[in-house]
Design a protein around this ligand. Structure first.
Ligand code: MRU
Length: 363
């Protein structure tokens, strides 16, 4: 029997600890291929080209990435490895990986966490070979934490819906974007285990079709009742009364609760408000960036024009030389968001206060 996509690990450290194994998501759903990343360039490109994508999965890849690169740096230093030259190269590689995509804060969050652990270990008198072990442990912990966090988000999310509900989601904030459960899909998977029989609508998500290629694929593989719709159909399904709640993921939440997520998310939020459908953002605290005051300060990634004009088509579908605007993300204003669901609880407006309290209570 062939393996189900849900049985694969999105991101894993290879057994020899020298490579990262990822599902090449650009080939899904047609082909399931596991690829191995070893060099800084391979890791950078896999993130930039969306072979591995989704904020939490990018964070985990970066954590494993900087660990395997740290190992290579130490090996290149020879017998007796001094911390300073090792750390200089470590920092360079960290900056390089961090430049692969700008919007998902999990990338810098994971790299900074690995950096802190490295420096702390050195300050505690550890030698470089011991630091490598600590880095390996930390990267594995970031991955395990992601699974626990997604499950907790799923439990909180599930408390907001009831059996038989219609749920709409945009992009892929599913298992493929994380290490298990997903964020926006976690309530759906946990509900599925309890026999809730949700009816899910997945937006196809132009231009890279994460909804069609990934969300519709993983949900249907898991046996969830899912209907694929084009992005411009969400108003119709909501007007028809088929949607009781929207769940989406996010790439960066600002301190005031503005949310950057896949392009088109703010349209869904606006339509949901028009039809009185609650709009929930599922956000691990690793995606909440209290250092960014509002959505205006979030850097939005711009992607190549060919994604709009040529990709997925047999021939170009737009006039030659036409001007193209292709932002990968948009910002949903906090007033359109019914609640932000984190692993520590559900935050509601005013988000400036509720998010700050959530972080304060954790310390
Ligand atoms: O460009 P992508 O595919 O990386 O964008 C992904 C999204 O926008 C997801 O919704 C977000 O990262 C949350 S994943 C749990």
């Amino acid at each position: 029997m062939s393996k189900n996509i849900m049985d694969y690990e999105t991101v894993a450290l290879s057994e020899d600890g020298r490579g990262i194994l990822i599902i090449d998501q650009t080939l899904l759903p047609g082909r399931t291929e596991i690829i191995r990343l070893e060099t800084a360039k391979e890791i950078w490109e896999a993130i930039y080209l969306l072979k591995v994508r989704g904020a939490p999965a990018i964070g985990v890849t970066a954590a494993f990435g900087i660990y395997i690169l740290a190992r290579q740096i130490a090996e290149a230093c020879g017998e007796k490895v001094e911390f300073q030259p090792f750390y200089e190269k470590f920092s360079q590689q960290k900056d390089y990986l961090n430049s692969s995509r700008p919007t998902a804060v999990n990338l810098s969050w994971a790299l900074n966490r690995m950096d802190r652990v490295c420096v702390q270990a050195h300050e505690n008198g550890k030698a470089v070979d011991e630091i490598l072990e600590i880095l390996e442990g930390e990267a594995k912990e970031i991955k395990e934490e992601d699974i626990r966090v997604c499950k907790a988000i799923g439990e909180y999310g599930l408390s907001l819906v009831k059996p038989g509900d219609g749920i709409l989601t945009h992009c892929n904030a599913g298992q493929l974007a994380t290490c298990k459960y997903g964020t926006a899909t976690a309530p759906i998977y946990l509900g599925q285990e309890k026999g809730y029989h949700f009816r899910v609508f997945a937006d196809e998500t132009r231009p890279l079709l994460q909804g069609a290629r990934l969300t519709a694929y993983e949900l249907s593989s898991a046996g969830v009742d899912v209907t694929l719709i084009c992005d411009n159909m969400s108003a119709m399904v909501m007007r028809n009364g088929w949607v009781n709640a929207v769940f989406v993921g996010c790439d960066r939440v600002a301190a005031n609760g503005d949310v950057a997520n896949k392009i088109g998310t703010s349209v869904v939020a606006t339509v949901a408000r028009r039809y009185g459908v609650p709009f929930y953002v599922c956000a691990p605290t690793s995606t909440i960036d209290m250092a960014t005051p509002t959505g205006n300060e979030i850097r939005i990634e711009q992607r190549p024009a060919e994604e709009v004009t040529e990709m997925w088509y047999k021939e170009r579908m737009a006039p030659k030389d036409i001007k193209i605007f292709n932002p990968a993300f948009d910002v949903t204003d906090n007033e359109l968001i019914t609640a932000i669901i984190t692993e520590h609880g559900i935050a509601r407006a005013p988000y400036g206060e509720s998010l700050a309290t959530l972080f304060r209570d954790r310390q």
